[in-house]
Unconditional design. Sequence first.
Length: 239
Amino acid sequence: MKWEEQVKAIRQFSSAMGILESARHLSGNMEHYPRKESESVLTMGTDSSLVVDRLCDQTRGQNTAVTCFYFDFGARKEQTATSMLGSLLKQVISGMERVPEEISRGLQKQKRVVSGRKPQLIDIVKILQLITSSLRTFMVIDALDECTAVQRFRLLDSLKEILDKSSGARILVTGRPHVRAEIEMRHAGRVTCVSVGPATDDIINFLRVRLSEDETPDAMDERLEADILDKIPGSISDM
């Protein structure tokens, strides 16, 4: 494996560890459900699939919905706050074996309000408020920074409306650092930020695994191995 590929693999491994820690934090805070205030977790990373897998494993067999959405830079014109929350809503409803009577009545009421027109953002927000008020719901939003600024602001405001009405909602967002201020401004007091970077222990563990898989073990001695474990972690952390 080339040096550039090794660095990328190490960073991905370390990022995965940080994101999984975010998932543990997010799911752990649901143990005392319901709570008066819902919570957002902002992770400065770019991969949410591990979080979704972790949450699905931890909530299997429970009355819990796990939803996710990935913002793609190439589709940013089509991916609006309305389409994104609409996608999450579809995921929640499609995952229900049976729609509870209270939610069903609320959906029918909202359907009459819509009166045949395409659901607007406010309609979707109200339905999600209704559902998440009685159903534990995790919303994982990946690469928020790839969403256009206007739609990002609309989305963050809509998520705040949902959290204001629901004690059962938890939201995890991944994105580059510049979206942090926007989230903290709109979700003041509710945000836990986790900056994901290469941890020295993770780098060393990764290198040990790679060294154990070396196809030319005779070329390695204790001095060279010690040198690798000493110099590479420091050089990557400084990059």
